[in-house]
Design a protein around this ligand. Structure first.
Ligand code: GAR
Length: 194
């Protein structure tokens, strides 16, 4: 039996969550961040992977959407879970079918509000502030074929103050993400092992 849970992290940007997750599990012999995958060859997440000594790679849009190249890459590495940490493309059907309830996303708002195509990173925080919300937060959820629509696993909230800017709100959201995302991933993978 496979006693190590192998996780692939997908990301398109800076990769601070990926780094936080990798550091969290570094001392856990039961969970391995086996690879970090990006869709952008110049994304800083790939540099972070190299700094952390984690294998990493980049796939093109064609690889993702028109081939089994990504699926085969994950299968060859016996990946159990895919974690989306700032990954901006819709996950294709071949991956959804291969990883049922095993693809986890984090979204920087309280879904179902402020989700959907184009709602990522600072765009989310700008919309939250423009609408005068007094609360925002994070949602960790399983991924399905729609943007930001799968079953919720966990939410946490923070206040939006009148003087908050998209940047200051992003900082609050990141703090929540770093605090909860690794812990929630751990709960999901360990519960499924019981
Ligand atoms: C995170 O805030 C994450 O919630 C968000 O992108 C940021 C990535 O930051 N994801 C989305 O907006 C997905 N719709 P990071 O690259 O520094 O971890």
């Amino acid at each position: 039996m496979n006693t190590i849970t192998r996780i692939a992290i997908f990301g398109s940007g800076n990769g601070t969550n990926a780094q936080r997750i990798a550091e969290y599990f570094a001392s856990d012999s039961g969970v391995e961040i086996t690879t970090i995958v990006s869709n952008k060859k110049d994304a800083y997440i790939l540099q972070r992977a190299k700094n952390l000594g984690i294998p990493c790679t980049c796939f093109s849009r064609k690889d993702f959407l028109e081939t089994d190249n990504v699926l085969n890459y994950l299968k060859e590495r016996n990946i159990d879970y895919v974690v989306l940490a700032g990954f901006l493309w819709l996950v294709p059907q071949n991956l959804l079918a291969a990883f049922p309830s095993r693809i986890i996303n984090i979204h920087p708002a309280l879904l179902p509000k402020y989700g959907g195509k184009g709602m990522y990173g600072e765009h989310v925080h700008e919309a939250v502030i423009a609408n005068g919300e007094t609360q925002s937060g994070i949602t960790i959820h399983f991924v399905d074929e729609h943007y930001d629509k799968g079953t919720n696993i966990f939410q946490a909230t923070c206040e939006v103050l009148p003087d908050d800017t998209p940047e200051s709100l992003a900082q609050k959201i990141h703090k929540l993400e770093y605090e909860h995302f690794p812990r929630v991933i751990e709960q999901v993978v360990k519960q499924n092992k019981l």
